[in-house]
Design a protein. Structure first.
Length: 245
């Protein structure tokens, strides 16, 4: 599947292929094992872009960041740091106890803790918070099966909020290959996906769950895609976040 940028200044469309979850795992593997671009670098790029999009698209003065224990949650924690540095009120709600975070997200959490950020550990009940924007960074593209508590409770809570929802990479609970939502699944106002779009975000029903779709650069070298025999146009030639149609 190949899609195009929604607002290219070029007379011809820019080719933007879509990846399955299996292909995205291979992109991540090649970046780390073959090109030395480690997870902290990718996470920093993703989180900074997410904070930038949150401010540009929604102009929030207050944000609730829902962060899972894996790489997706780590990106949310990076975004929380950048939002704090931009003088936004930020409340972080963890979707798992702090001791269950993977090493790189745990490092990001440690930074936030040193900054004095407002962090709430995972709870069996829904968080009693509100904000201008909810950032969903609970579950990423590796999801299999239905989300379980406490992640499931945070997804239900998110869908009950009147505030807009910005998801990182994929709405939590969505199969990014097929676009089939699990039970439950976040219904996002907008989704910022990473590197290349995922096939399940571009067709129904996944596109409805994703809302407005944006694509962010996490510094994947063109040589990675060449190694996978995937042709990618100059997607990020003028900016690091582009809307996708």
């Amino acid at each position: 599947m190949t899609f195009t940028s929604a607002s290219s200044s070029r007379p011809e469309a820019v080719a933007i292929p879509a990846l399955t979850a299996r292909q995205m795992r291979e992109v991540d593997r090649l970046m780390t094992e073959e090109f030395g671009i480690d997870l902290p670098r990718m996470m920093e790029n993703a989180g900074r872009a997410l904070a930038e999009l949150a401010i540009d698209a929604f102009e929030p003065s207050s944000v609730v960041v829902l962060a899972g224990p894996g790489g997706n949650g780590g990106g949310g924690l990076v975004a929380a740091r950048h939002l704090l540095n931009r003088d936004r009120g930020v409340r972080v709600v963890l979707a798992a106890p702090a001791e269950r975070l993977a090493p790189v997200p745990a490092h990001q959490l440690d930074i936030l803790t040193r900054m004095g950020a407002d962090v709430t550990d995972a709870e069996p009940r829904s968080p009693n918070v509100s904000a201008d924007l909810v950032i969903d960074a609970v579950l990423g593209y590796s999801l299999t099966g239905d989300p379980r508590t406490p992640a499931a409770g945070l997804i239900d809570w998110t869908n009950d909020q009147p505030s807009p929802v910005l998801s990182l990479d994929t709405p939590s609970g969505l199969d990014v290959t097929t676009g089939i939502p699990a039970d439950p699944c976040v219904t996002a106002t907008a989704t910022m996906t990473l590197a290349l779009p995922k096939t399940g975000l571009l067709t129904a029903p996944g596109a409805r769950q994703a809302g407005m779709l944006y694509l962010a650069d996490i510094s994947v070298p063109h040589a990675v895609y060449e190694r996978m025999d995937i042709e990618v146009g100059p997607v990020f030639s003028t900016r690091t976040i582009v809307p996708i149609s």
